[in-house]
Write a protein that binds this ligand. Structure first.
Ligand code: NAP
Length: 474
């Protein structure tokens, strides 16, 4: 029986105090129709005319009938100097990640615009090829309140202006309230100090929001007016990090209901009532912090990570490589398994990366080519992700089983360590066998017991769950 960790207990208690009990329809991946929600797709053509191939990019229709891509690039907390490079790379035809998630507090909206401009120089096509790019930005909590939020919207649009004015770019801007309020009990928030540090022109626009827990209500009015008015072309409005209680209050006062709720992956898995509320009210769920602490730290839950690797290799087998050259790209990675698991259930993702190779791995094109996960794989991924979030690893590990046969000589079996050393595993007398549980990519050395100059190397290239036989013919 797996014991809940302190972190999951704390979260459970927190949710118990903050959410109103009501009947919910289960986890997001198990909901009826959850799979179909991800099936709204846009058909585009990749490559030049000769090699053109149909790709179905995952998009979703918001409650205002506007579509939004399900796969984005998060640049919210990316180092400034890489932002233009990543944005320019993401929008290229080989990736087609044409949603960029940022925020006003990140102070990089102008760099997003710069990246779009730079990237468009490389996106092929004549002057008549218009490329649609979505930017999600957010109003920080120091800008809460009607007037301050109006200022934030204006500043965001000023920063994005060069991309808005680009003749070949159709820029769709989505604006969310980043937080309902500043919380004194969230360790990295410092409400009074943040207000004290707020530039004068923002302070002059409206009263200090940290003294009014409902300041977001004025902000919502400002967002609605901007959305309904002619001054700013806003594609949709929404909120981030709102609890169920905030959502219900928002529903009461809103003239325009939120189109999007952006949440941490924790809330997606553990706050079923909030997610249920979104499903029932047609509010699209976008998720952040999907990779951080999961695929970035396999050692936190090694068994769970091995299960993700197993699903990845099963999906790789399901993929039909188009050509020899593409085979490496056709390998499904554990990160792609987690991302595709969400996208295939109609949940938006905004993974961040500072590496061009991962830009491709996390891209809309790459994720569109991941085969549909089976019901069993969906459950495996859900439990593995939960194991990482709760820091309570899955009980069962999975291995590759290798039977080493000492066919011709008495044999020593050694395991090659990652730092170049070797560790003795067994002595196998001639004619006998030895069973070892191991992992893909581990390597072993089999020595002739009487002459250590004679040896053979063996690298495990079998998949998780399989059983291989190695005959040491020394
Ligand atoms: N609404 C909000 O309050 C809020 C809060 C936080 C974040 N966000 C948004 O969400 C975005 C992403 O969330 P996050 O910053 O928490 O991080 P994340 O996307 O969960 O994880 C980023 C980390 O994963 C690594 N990574 C990326 N792709 C990978 C891959 N294919 N395989 C292995 N590792 C990979 C990155 O390293 P490398 O750079 O080395 O690739 C980086 O260390 C942010 O940029 C921001 O736009 C919103």
């Amino acid at each position: 029986m797996r014991q809940p960790s302190l972190a999951s207990l704390a979260l459970f208690l927190f949710l118990l105090l903050h959410v109103v009990p009501e009947e919910v329809s289960g986890q997001f991946w198990a909901r009826e129709g959850a799979k179909e929600k991800g099936d709204h797709e846009e058909v585009v053509h990749g490559g030049d005319d000769e090699n053109s191939q149909k790709i179905h990019l995952p998009v979703v229709k918001l409650s205002n009938d506007n579509t939004i891509p399900l796969v984005g690039l998060g640049v919210g907390n990316l180092q400034h100097y890489v932002v233009p490079l990543m944005v320019a790379g993401a929008i290229q035809d080989d990736k087609r990640t044409r949603l960029i998630d940022t925020s006003h507090i990140s102070d990089n909206e102008h760099l997003v615009a710069e990246g779009i401009q730079e990237g468009m120089e490389r996106v092929l096509g004549g002057n008549d090829r218009i490329v649609t790019i979505h930017v999600v930005t957010k109003v920080w909590y120091t800008y809460l309140g009607y007037e301050r939020t109006k200022l934030s919207i204006r500043e965001s649009f000023q920063a994005l202006k060069s991309a808005m004015d680009h003749p070949r770019v159709d820029l769709k801007v989505h604006i969310l309230l980043h937080w309902p309020r500043c919380y004194d009990n969230i360790s990295w928030m410092s409400c009074q100090e943040d207000e004290a540090r707020t530039p004068h022109h923002i302070k002059a626009a409206g009263p200090p929001p940290h003294q009014d827990k409902d300041a977001w209500k004025g902000s919502w009015k400002a967002l609605e007016e901007a959305y309904l008015g002619d001054e700013f072309p806003i594609r949709s409005i929404g909120v981030a990090n709102f609890h169920l209680k905030d959502m219900e209050e928002l529903e009461e006062l809103a003239q325009v209901q939120p189109h999007i709720l952006q949440l941490n992956v924790w809330s997606l898995l553990y706050d079923s009532q909030l997610i249920d509320y979104c499903y029932k009210h047609g509010i699209h769920v976008q998720v952040y912090s999907i990779l951080n602490g999961i695929v970035t730290e396999p050692q936190k839950a090694p068994n769970a990570f091995h299960h993700l690797q197993k699903v990845a290799s099963e999906l790789t087998d399901d993929k039909q490589p188009h050509s020899q050259q593409e085979q490496e790209e056709d390998e499904v990675s554990p990160a792609q398994v987690v991302l595709a698991w969400l996208v295939q259930h109609g949940v938006s993702i905004v993974p961040r990366t500072s590496r061009l190779s991962r830009l491709k791995e996390n891209s809309a094109v790459a994720l569109a080519s991941v085969p549909d996960l089976s019901v069993e794989q969906v459950e495996t991924v859900a439990h593995s992700v939960e194991a990482f979030l709760s820091e309570d690893d899955l009980e069962k590990d999975i291995h590759v089983k290798i039977t080493f046969h000492a066919t011709t000589k008495d044999t020593f079996l050694y395991w090659n360590t990652h730092d170049g050393g070797e560790i003795k595993v067994a002595f196998i007398p001639k004619g006998e066998s030895f069973n070892e549980m191991t992992y893909p990519n581990h390597s072993f050395r089999l020595y002739d017991a009487r002459n250590k100059d004679h040896f053979i190397e063996y690298k495990v290239d079998a998949k998780f769950g399989s059983h291989e036989h190695v005959h040491a013919e020394l």
